[in-house]
Design a protein around this ligand. Structure first.
Ligand code: HEM
Length: 512
């Protein structure tokens, strides 16, 4: 009895202590927020931001930013309470990403948010550490062997997993969350390309692997750090090992253990003749880090983050657009069928699809997977449009808003019109300037997986469109209903994308 009373007294004390420390943290965060944002700003933009009243008129924060940026004569605004300059001005974007690149690093604040998960991986570092990895990674991703290895993996995943799974869904007539399917597909694919090992998330019974689960939790909670009123809040929680930081630590430990096991297994299986990225990094001649497990772990974890949710996000919104524009799906089908007569090589066939290429770009213009990107302005600077930026402050360029600027895309910027990209010789695809369309970023840190991502998305979209009609059945993304996005590093749709899938009657569903 005494022992039980002692136990409950102990539990009550622990509860009170936890409650007390939570109140203390919240109060501290409020004080810090006030200090950090001082002097208080009551302009209509800051008021709308702080009270959340923008949500009365706009579905997503990005839609409100786009509205503000369209109204600004320079396409640049300053959100005073965030201490952040937001721009949709291509001249400014070029200046930050190329002309004065060294003054706009990712910065220590961003690196700290993702630091526990990504360590010193390419995605999270500046300066020499970044330059070294960038050189190595672009050499590997640019090589013909890695590219054709990656293509084979994608083709295999589509043919042996994605299509059978969707055929089964179509035959049963059930509703499926396409966003979830694409996330699993993209995770399997990027794991095979990065490690040469298969987590099997898209198997028929669809188990989610421990790695995918841990990785999801870790990237969600790392992104949540950015939403804290002050970095001190999550840093204190981390120090005390409580709440979300405790959960994050557990998830990162699991990612570390699984990555270590994969690195070990790759060593045992041999890496000299394997074409996955991990093996290529292990085999790099003259790289002093090649045998350092921590370095290898950081590189491949960065690749998982970079290459998984981005592709899944773009594929999900693509099928929203295709279900709203059946004539575009029909044109993709026609283009793929016309290529059948001439092509013998699957990769070359995909590469030749100009209209499909345009559809993918048009989709990402309106729904870029990375909706905004923050840089840290190291020393005070003046952007080309005349905006003064304080030293040690944030500057954000906003691809989501940039896709909605009439000054860049014309009066019909809201229309989904793939033809706007077909202005090359003979109606072929012609890319826009990377600074008008920074969906893959631009300049010195332009995405290294762009070609791979386009091939992967073409492979999936062509195979699916030829075999199925996809109908969005939830509210999110149905005609006239803009999708609601969850705030985070990569755009994902709140509540997923429930769809119904039907076989196309006269189909050739072969994946080529
Ligand atoms: C639709 C798909 C994709 C989109 C929209 C996309 C977009 C981006 C963006 C915006 C960045 C800059 C991020 C930043 O610095 O804050 C980036 C960087 C990067 N991406 Fe992608 N990405 C995609 C797919 C991929 C894939 C499949 C891979 C790998 C296989 C990949 C590898 C990378 C790497 C390594 C970087 C870092 C480059 C550097 O910092 O020098 N990406 N990507």
């Amino acid at each position: 009895m005494d022992a039980a009373m002692e136990l409950s007294w102990g539990a009550r004390c622990a509860g009170l202590l936890f409650f007390g420390s939570s109140i203390f943290l919240v109060a501290l965060a409020a004080v810090l927020l006030l200090l950090r944002r001082w002097p208080w700003c009551s302009c209509h933009v800051c008021r709308a931001y702080l009270t959340g009243s923008w949500a009365r008129d706009f579905t997503n924060l990005g839609d409100w930013y786009a509205h503000l940026l369209r109204q600004s004569p320079t396409a640049t605004v300053h959100i005073h309470v965030l201490g952040c300059t937001v721009t949709a001005n291509p001249g400014n974007v070029e200046y930050m990403l190329k002309t004065n690149f060294d003054n706009f690093p990712k910065g220590k604040q961003f690196a700290a948010l993702l630091g526990d998960l990504l360590g010193g991986g390419i995605f999270n570092v500046d300066g020499d550490a970044w330059r070294h990895q960038r050189k190595m990674a672009s050499l590997e991703l640019g090589s013909v062997t890695v590219r054709s290895y990656a293509y084979k993996i994608v083709a295999q995943e589509v043919e042996t997993r994605l299509m059978p799974l969707l055929t089964d869904v179509a035959d049963k007539g059930t509703v499926v969350d396409l966003q979830d399917v694409f996330r699993r597909f993209a995770f399997d694919t990027i794991c095979k390309i990065s490690f040469g090992l298969d987590p099997g998330c898209l198997e028929a019974d669809m188990p989610m692997s421990d790695l995918a689960d841990a990785f999801d939790t870790a990237s969600r909670l790392s992104a949540m750090r950015g939403a804290a009123a002050s970095p001190l809040v999550w840093k204190m929680k981390r120090m005390l090992n409580i709440g979300s930081e405790r959960e994050l630590k557990k998830a990162i430990k699991l990612v570390d253990d699984l990555a270590a096991a994969m690195i070990l297994q790759r060593r045992k299986l041999g890496f000299e003749n394997s074409h996955d990225l991990l093996s290529r990094f292990m085999a790099s001649d003259g790289d002093v880090h090649a045998m350092d497990d921590k370095y290898l772990r950081d590189i491949v974890v960065s690749f998982l983050l970079a290459g998984r949710d981005t592709v899944a996000s773009a594929l999900t919104t693509l099928f929203i657009h295709l279900s709203q524009n059946p004539e575009v799906a029909a044109a993709i089908r026609a283009e793929a069928a016309a290529g059948d007569k001439t092509s013998t090589n699957g990769y070359e066939h995909l590469k030749s699809l100009q209209y499909t290429h345009a559809v993918l770009y048009e989709n990402m213009r309106l729904f870029p997977p990375v909706q905004f990107d923050s840089k840290f302005c190291a020393a005070a600077d003046v952007l080309p449009d005349g905006t003064y930026v304080e030293g040690e402050s944030r500057v954000m360029y906003h691809p989501y808003a940039m896709g909605r600027m009439p000054t860049i895309w014309g009066a019909d910027y809201e229309a989904f019109r793939p033809d706007r990209w077909l202005t090359g010789p003979g109606g072929s695809f012609a890319p826009a300037s990377l600074y008008k369309y920074p969906v893959f970023q631009g300049g010195l840190r332009v995405c290294l997986g762009k070609e791979l991502a386009i091939t992967e998305m073409k492979a999936v979209s062509v195979a699916m469109v030829r075999a199925f009609d996809v109908e969005v059945v939830g509210d999110n993304g149905r005609s006239g209903c803009a999708p609601k996005f969850v705030p985070g590093l990569t755009a994902s749709i709140r509540g997923g994308l429930p769809v119904r899938i039907r076989r196309v009657s006269t189909t050739n569903s072969d994946f080529r």
